[in-house]
Design a protein around this ligand. Sequence first.
Ligand code: NOJ
Length: 739
Amino acid sequence: MLCRYWPAALFIIVMTIPAAPPPGVEQRIAALLSRMTLEEKLGQMSQSTSMRTPLSDPIREEIRKGRWGSFLNAGSPADRAEAQRIARQESRLGIPLVFGRDVIHGYKTIFPIPLGQSASWNPDLMQQAARIAGIEASSEGIRWTFAPMIDIARDPRWGRIAESLGEDPYLTSVLGAAMVRGFQTESLSSASAIAASAKHYVGYGAAEAGREYNSTWIPEVLLRNVYLPPFQAARDAGVATFMTGFNALNGVPATGNRFILRKILREEWKYDGMVVSDYTAIPEMILHGYAADDRDAARKALAAGVDMEMVSTTYFDHLKALVATGQVDVKSIDNAVRNILRLKFRLGLFDESPGPAATAGITAAALDTAKRLATESVVLLKNDGNVLPLAKSIGKVAVIGPLADSPVDQMGMWVMDGRAEDVRTPLGVLREELGDGRVLYAPGVKTSRDSSRDGFQDALQKARLADVVLLFLGEEQILSGEAHSRAFLDLPGVQEALVEEIAKSGKPIVAVILAGRPLTFHNAAAKMNAILYAWHPGTMGGPAIADLLFGDSVPSGKLTTTFPRTVGQVPIYYAHLNTGRPAPANELGIPLGNPVNPVGYTSKYLDVDFTPEYPFGFGLSYTTFEYSDLRLSASRLRKGGRLTASAEVVNRGVREADEVVQLYIHQNAASVSRPVKELKGFRRVHLKPGEKAVVAFPITAEDLAFYNERAQLVTEPGTFHVWIAPDSTRGLEGEVTFE
Ligand code: NOJ
């Protein structure tokens, strides 16, 4: 009888004893770590650029031996697949490699430069763009990007302002986190997810005088209130890695800085991701005067908490000896390796089957997103007499300028995989749409830096024959980005002279400026009837610009950096402190003319207006939006409470369009002076002609909080001004008391 029940009994036992759970990531890491030699651990901590096409025998052998944990910006997709196969199948422990690359604003489909993207104030669209970049890059074996760059940038001389999301910590936090989500998806282990990197931790954008790699001096109050928040937001969004900065921060290189890396990142924020140095930043600590030699640099970087060394080899060359002499505890090496292996497990690299994936090409959907993002990033700075949009029935257009048909420049800095042949330029699109006969093209100059006026005559002639002149000016790709700081912010070369020449035609001039930073062009602007600031708009810049010119879309971008009138005003940003002697509005418009007897001892210049050329948050439209009826749901707020600030926004024009509505606050008096205005919220709303929206923002005590002098996050009682506004200089104003 028993026998008859035996199978059922077995079945019951099988069902009731829970299957042993598969080992968790931490257990798998521990098991692996216990089998690794010190050399293999140091290999994991090393990232190299040395992979070439075709894979050389020495590199194959190094991969077999576990000499490298990661490669960056190296090899073809096939090389990467083969290198991964060797690592997985032929190395002693089968630890996979992780391939990193600078996928900064697109992989094959190139989106606007990050500074341009930020002018869209559209986190969803930016998330979508990052997702597309992730799909394209991962299909070629890239599972780690060195983006987003969330350094606050308040100096347009700094070439990397192009790679930034602008000057504001709140906006950068929101947009940076959206990019992280786009790259990484819900789960890093999904095959098309790529690990993001919050860089450059921290303060790199405050390089003195905007000169690349220069020192940064940032008091802790400023560090915590302005430079750190985007990184904390990235951490909260689950960013998988951090990259250290090249800069010395308050005298201590960011790459060896225990305060920011250990105290803030690991202890305060409890970050368990991986930290990589920037490119050769560890030995650069010797030149900074912070490390005596490579060995000292390796010890200091590890002590600060840098897990992986990019390109240089001080870890591999020296940590073994440092362990032998007892100067480095092997536990700190194990911690670093744990962080690296955790990244690889989270990416699912141990579990994926090796072999090349199917390359994802540029899709119609990707191009559509690229066009939308390019469109929303363009900022209309001027539109005298509503010269824009142009009537489609317009006769002839003269297309002039060095950037009308320059695919590489149009893509902007940091493009490793985008191809010029995929780019649609404004000239190409205008010819397609208007027909060759209606487009009179004369570049005027060959490149943005050209100093020859030989092409002026032809350009002027064409301008005279046309009904409108479209002037494509700005900066070439190579004038912004890493190591491309400028001391002057003017239109390079003879472009200003070209504007003057073209103005002789008497034809309306519409300037489209393609650039990697805010430029100063005050005098030239006076000769332009309309100005579209298009940044470096990427693959679909041409169609986006053509649609804006002819009114198939309406400009909606708003500036995320303050545009100075002259380089002498830099740094100039909207969230400054007030000073004890702010210049009053009736001192606007100065030059004073008489330096001996300046009008008023206030904070301004003798030779230029103290206000910017174009303020943060500014951007025009083809319609007008009217703001009215500011309401605060309460006039007093307590800790734990919440109120709503709202306003009506009405489209008073004849075109449907988007408006980016902004919320700013200011605390009148606090234990540390607070900025005159701080962005705390924004909404992009779409309104038909005559349509009205009530745009509402919640305000809580957290929105009013700031770091005080003792590095505590506090909300202090007092009076706050609240604005709902179209930009940082205007808006409806109310008042709230925090008790
Ligand atoms: C140096 C740059 O500062 C960093 O942003 C970049 O990701 C690395 N090089 C790798 O190319």
